[in-house]
Design a protein around this ligand. Structure first.
Ligand SMILES: Nc1ncnc2c1ncn2[C@@H]1O[C@H](COP(=O)(O)OP(=O)(O)OP(=O)(O)O)[C@@H](O)[C@H]1O
Ligand SMILES: [Mg+2]
Length: 231
């Protein structure tokens, strides 16, 4: 299968090259585990490869996303100016407008923009627009199908349940998505430092590592230490 590099070297090794093209992958984790960083790194890698990307944010505004990226040395401004990257801010509080933008404008926009990488940060906030579980489920399904039809590879971030960092807040997206990557922190008794660990929980149609690997967030972004063992 054709692979799309995430730009996170150790993770691409664990994935034997990257995400399968046109997959939808959810990256889930608690606050501060690096979900937004992951999304930005994925898009920056795309830009490096000459691919176009769309960053859909429900959390931070465009300025804040640009500043986040800059702190890792990724200058998004030239890509935005030359229409290789678009940052779309959706309002999680204005359900009616946002739902209609997603349903009627987004499919055409992805196609006309020519994006091959899409990030949705976060799917948990997007889900909050819908009231019932049934609505959440069916809208999520349609959104994922719509994006798949465009052929783009999509990364969605998700928040996790307070009592279980391996399950997303709504517990829905991991079934719909082709892939699930979990980011979490542990506090090993023998260390006085929080340890961040990554797991590929699911990745349809490929052979991937199932090992738990440590990672860090540095001024270069996320680094997965695929040669190191956690346990
Ligand atoms: N420039 C940087 N250099 C090193 N580490 C950084 C840098 N920027 C952020 N970090 C680390 O990354 C963490 C935040 O990562 P990020 O915003 O991607 O997490 P998140 O999972 O999206 O969080 P949230 O759920 O709050 O949106 C910070 O708490 C910090 O530890
Ligand atoms: Mg974030």
């Amino acid at each position: 299968m054709d692979r799309v590099k995430t730009g996170i070297v150790g993770l691409d090794e664990m994935l034997e090259g990257g995400f399968p093209r046109s997959h939808t992958v959810v990256v889930m984790g608690s606050f501060g585990t690096g979900k937004t960083t992951f999304g930005l790194q994925f898009l920056s890698e795309g830009l490096k490869q000459g691919e176009k990307g769309i960053y859909i944010t429900l959390e931070e505004d465009e300025r804040s996303i640009i500043d986040d990226a800059k702190s890792f040395g990724w200058d998004l401004k030239p890509a935005i100016d030359s229409k290789k990257l678009s940052i779309v801010k959706l309002e999680p509080t204005d359900a009616k407008t946002t739902i209609s933008r997603i349903k009627s404008d987004l499919p055409d926009f992805i196609k006309s923009f020519g994006a091959t990488r899409i990030v949705i940060d976060s799917i948990s906030l997007l889900n909050m627009l819908f009231e019932s579980d049934h609505e959440k489920r069916s809208n999520l399904f349609h959104l994922v199908q719509m994006i798949k039809k465009t052929g783009a590879t999509c990364l969605m971030t998700a928040e996790v349940k307070d009592n279980n960092p391996l399950v997303s807040r709504d517990g829905l997206i991991e079934y719909t998505a082709d892939g699930v990557i979990s980011l979490r922190y542990d506090e090993p008794a023998e260390k006085s430092e929080i340890q961040l660990t990554i797991r590929i929980v699911k990745m349809r149609r490929i052979n991937h590592s199932r090992r738990v690997k440590p990672y860090s967030i540095t001024s270069n972004g996320i680094e997965v230490h695929s040669g190191a063992e956690v346990f």
